[in-house]
Design a protein around this ligand. Structure first.
Ligand code: HEM
Length: 227
């Protein structure tokens, strides 16, 4: 009974389309992290097309940094799902959320030193990682001040921006699938995919947060909750 109430309140707080997008991004992010982790600890050279072999070799050349990025990133994604959807309330999960987010952002900057998509990709990383870390930092600030609503809005924004990395994957998939026709390689389309993925998530979450604020303005009796 209590479980039913919890799941009903989760869906009423977040529209179905937003939850579907969120879970899609979470699953894609975790899948790419697990795939890269396995490829790094159990390399199998010579088993893929040349374009993929080159990508594998690039990440293997800075395996330690890649692991330092993908392990905290995957943990952060799990923590984010727990904190934002709140299947249960836990103070320590929220405490871990902030340092793991900071590590993910810091290592994303470092990873961009090796970016396959060159300056176009690097510029997307600089812009959106900075926006992510700024939102995360502000959320922490509001947490210290005990401002729950503002904190949750900023946490929601930070997670949505970060998950742009998952939205970029299907875009890359389309480029890979059409590369025989377009003759575009990863060095040409990774930057486009990064910009597209992060921009889509950023715009979607801003529109949603804006619509929540408008709903509250037109219905002041209703409590505006980002839970
Ligand atoms: C602010 C968010 C993030 C940014 C800006 C970011 C940035 C980057 C960059 C620049 C690279 C190197 C790509 C290249 O060499 O061209 C990379 C690689 C990678 N990132 Fe992130 N990252 C973020 C979040 C995440 C998250 C949340 C995950 C998964 C949980 C993740 C998983 C990976 C993986 C698996 C790789 C290795 C490349 C691959 O296997 O395709 N990243 N990231």
């Amino acid at each position: 009974m209590e479980l039913q109430q919890q799941s009903a309140s989760t869906t009423s707080r977040h529209p179905v389309w937003l939850l579907a997008g969120f879970w899609f991004c979470v699953i894609v992010a975790l899948a790419v992290a697990v795939r890269r982790f396995l490829a790094l600890i159990r390399p199998s050279p010579g088993s893929r097309p040349p374009q993929m072999e080159a990508l594998e070799a690039t990440f293997a050349s800075h395996a330690t940094l890649t692991l330092m990025h993908i392990i905290p990133a995957a943990i952060f994604v799990v923590l984010a799902a727990c904190v934002l959807l709140r299947p249960w309330r836990s103070e320590w999960i929220e405490r871990l959320f902030f340092p793991f987010g900071a590590i993910t952002g810091a290592t994303a900057y470092a990873m961009s030193a090796y970016s396959i998509g060159g300056w176009l990709e690097r510029s997307a990383v600089l812009v959106f990682t900075t926006w992510f870390l700024y939102s995360l930092g502000r959320a922490y600030w509001f947490r210290l001040g005990g401002q729950e609503e503002q904190k949750r809005e900023l946490m929601t924004r930070a997670v949505a921006v970060l998950l742009g990395i998952a939205t970029a994957r299907p875009v890359m998939g389309v480029f890979f699938a059409t590369s025989a026709r377009t003759h575009l390689g990863p060095s040409q389309f990774f930057g486009i995919a990064f910009w597209a993925g992060f921009a889509i998530n950023t715009v979607v979450i801003e529109l949603w947060l804006h619509s929540k604020r408008r709903a509250q303005l037109h219905n002041p009796g209703r409590v505006c909750s980002f839970r």
